[in-house]
Structure formats: C-alpha cells, structure tokens
Design a protein. Structure first.
Length: 233
C-alpha cells in the first residue's frame, strides 16, 4: 500500500524508529558488554542500575555504572572499552525483536519517509545497519550527533527537521521510558513497545505489547488528518 491510499484518513507524514530493544534485540548484547565492563573495573553491575540505562546515552550509562560500582574511573577509557566490546557483539549476534522486521518492511512499502533515532553512537549504529538494511531509512540520528541525547527531545526534533515534517505528524516507536520521554517532549505521536522495562499506558502514548501482527493501517489511525504537515524549523 502506498502513502496516497492512506492520506484521506491520516495526517501521518513520517515514522521514526528507535533501534536497540525496538527493532533489534540488542539490549541483551548491551547486558553482556556492560557486565564485561563492570568486571574489567573490578565490580558487578546491579539490576537496578542496568534498568536505568535502558535507552540511555553511552556517557550516561558509563556514569551510572561507575556510580553503581563506587569506582572513580576514566569515563573515556570505560566508554572506549564498552564501544569496542559492543562492536564485536553487534557484528555477530544481532537478532530482530518479534515482528519488527516485517513491520519495518511494511512501513517502508507505504513510501512514508522513515528515520532511525538511536542513543547508540554512529560507529556502532553503522555496524547494526548492516543487519537491518540502511536502505530502510532516509535519515539516521545517532546519540553522538546531537548535543543532548535522549531523554532530551533533540534527537527526535532533529530527525523530523531533516525529513521536513512536523513532529506532530510523525509516529515515534520506542521501547524505553527514556526514549518515550524524548519523543513525547519533541511533540511526536508515540507508540511504546516495551522490551526490558515496563511502560505504563498514558494519554500521550499508545502501548503495544510487540510489533508482531501490527499493520500500517493501525499506525495511520494514530495521527489525525488535520495534524501539521511540515516542520516549522
């Protein structure tokens, strides 16, 4: 189905996808890399601290880990260790979240422009894109390409601006509370698909248990036909 077949019923102009935990089951790889970093620093990461990292930036995750372990370590060295370990894991062990590949393909088939909006740095995102397929996205915005990553709205605002659409005419699909916060603050219509951390229903979002069996028609119905069409920036 092409976009023209849906325009009478929707104001949807773009779809913005998170990556880790939304499209890819890569949070489990982050578990491995973070546990390895904690061991390298002589400690063990707590579950509570790990949960606070889901959807977060690299720098924030490293700071949480250092605090959780009670160590004074060089953030740059820890960040390099974590990035190198994740590069190894992403090159070999990526799997899709349930229904994500089929849903991404269906959205791509409509002709709606799409963006990948992730807290992961560009080096690691490009590795993951080899599995996802870079052709699915007109724009990719990575955590090291904005001044303020998620939970700030900057990544989603930047993606909408680059696509030339208004955030209110864009659906952001997220799995983490931090990502949902960022997308809502940017003014996007939000679909939350929880993976590692629960997300409560709210008037500002739609919660789907997974992407399995979801359709582009359901997505189109989330944005009213009178939504603003173009970015004001």
């Amino acid at each position: 189905m092409r976009t023209g077949d849906l325009t009478e019923a929707t104001g949807l102009q773009a779809v913005l996808f998170d990556m880790d935990g939304t499209l890819l089951d890569s949070e489990k790889l982050w578990d491995v890399a973070l546990d390895d970093l904690a061991a390298w620093l002589g400690g063990e990461l707590s579950t509570a601290a790990r949960n606070r990292m889901v959807g977060s930036s690299l720098g924030r995750s490293v700071a949480i880990l250092h605090s959780d372990l009670g160590v004074e370590a060089d953030p740059e060295s820890s960040g390099c260790y974590l990035t190198d370990r994740m590069a190894e894991l992403l090159a070999n062990d990526l799997i899709w979240r349930p229904g994500a590949q089929a849903f991404l393909d269906a959205v791509h088939g409509t002709g709606w422009p799409t963006a990948l909006v992730t807290s992961t740095h560009r080096r690691l995102t490009d590795i993951a894109l080899r599995s996802i397929g870079p052709e699915y996205f007109a724009v990719t915005v990575c955590g090291d390409e904005v001044d303020r990553p998620k939970p700030h709205p900057d990544p989603y605002r930047k993606a909408a601006r680059l696509l030339g659409v208004a955030p209110a005419a864009s659906v952001a699909i997220e799995d983490s509370p931090l990502g949902v916060t960022a997308a809502e603050a940017a003014g996007c219509v939000v679909v939350a698909v929880p993976s590692e951390v629960p997300i409560a229903p709210a008037p500002t979002r739609t919660v789907w248990p997974s992407l399995e069996g979801r359709t582009v028609e359901e997505l189109a119905q989330l944005v009213p036909s009178d939504a603003p069409r173009q970015s004001s920036a």
